[in-house]
Design a protein around this ligand. Structure first.
Ligand SMILES: [Mn+2]
Length: 302
């Protein structure tokens, strides 16, 4: 059975697209023991692939972006074949895809899959660019200092890469941290925008704080764990935690970032389609994907 493509993405030739979407159903970063059930059951729940689920949900009622733009600059490359591969092989394949798109100057959007896509993306960022900041939208800091690569240690491993650094990383929407992760934060000292700062400071202040945390970089990669958003918009995640920023706030923030930085790519992970009974998480992800893909580049303004 062939998978659906996103109808919104009407660019017919990959090399002509300014943004390229691909699915990567990585499995191997593990699951948190959360209120949603034990890890074994969580594994069971993951047989539906969120990338396809997002495309299907959006295709049921195709729509433009809020600015009334169509998807003529977006190409949907379908899904990377990953089944049967080890975690290392999956990371290598996703990394190669990101790297290929970065080197061609195309914005890469990857729908996962689990947190392995994040390490693959950061590893490609480090290989392609020396000056790329990371904005990491997540309720959690994922910086446990452990040798093993899993959902809780992704950033610890990323910060060991040559051109990804905590001084150019901002954790956005942070609000649920355990004692092990706190040690990682104390060691690495990344920029942090706590969830409450969205209302305490207001969005314009949050945006300038974020820019100062990123420093003098020219490029930014946007990494999304859907549990970073307020769970009423994205209920179908492994570890929901209340009080995050809304999609609206995040889209406004991205629009501001796009004026200053080259947004080189985005990954989206942690979506469990089987928990998404009214497809709200899918539509939130679809909207984020479409709006992000069509954000202008600073080059467009010259
Ligand atoms: Mn998380």
């Amino acid at each position: 059975m062939s998978s659906p493509l996103l109808q919104f993405a009407t660019c017919a030739v990959e090399r002509k697209a300014s943004a390229v979407l691909f699915g990567a159903n990585t499995q191997g970063a593990g699951f948190s023991e959360s209120a949603r059930g034990k890890a074994a059951e969580a594994g069971e729940r993951r047989h539906l692939f969120s990338g396809d689920f997002v495309r299907e949900a959006d295709n049921e009622s195709p729509s433009l972006t809020e600015q009334l733009a169509d998807g003529a600059s977006l190409y949907d490359a379908g899904n990377l074949p990953l089944s049967g591969l080890s975690a290392e092989e999956q990371v290598a394949r996703v990394r190669a895809r990101f790297l290929e798109l970065f080197q061609r100057g195309q914005r890469a959007v990857c729908l996962g899959g689990d947190h392995l896509i994040k390490y693959a993306a950061f590893s490609a960022v480090s290989a392609a660019f020396e000056d790329c900041g990371i904005v990491y939208l997540d309720a959690h800091p994922d910086c446990a200092q452990e040798e093993r690569l899993y959902f809780g240690s992704i950033l610890h491993h990323a910060w060991l890469l040559p051109h990804v650094s905590p001084e150019r990383t901002s954790l956005l929407g942070l609000r649920q941290v355990n004692a092990t992760e706190r040690k990682g934060l104390w060691r690495w000292k990344p920029g942090i925008i706590h969830a409450l700062e969205f209302c305490e400071l207001g969005l314009p202040e949050v945006i300038s704080k974020l820019k100062s945390q990123l420093g003098k970089v020219r490029r930014v990669f946007f990494s999304v764990d859907l549990d970073g958003l307020a769970p009423h918009e994205v209920p179908a995640v492994e570890a929901p935690y209340p009080g995050g920023p809304t999609l609206r706030e995040v889209l406004v923030l991205l629009r501001a970032l796009a004026e200053r930085y080259e947004l080189v790519g985005m990954d989206v992970s942690e979506f469990i389609p089987e928990l998404d009974s009214v497809k709200l998480t899918a539509l939130t992800t679809a909207r984020l994907t479409k709006e992000f893909a069509l954000l202008p580049s600073p080059r467009d303004r010259r």
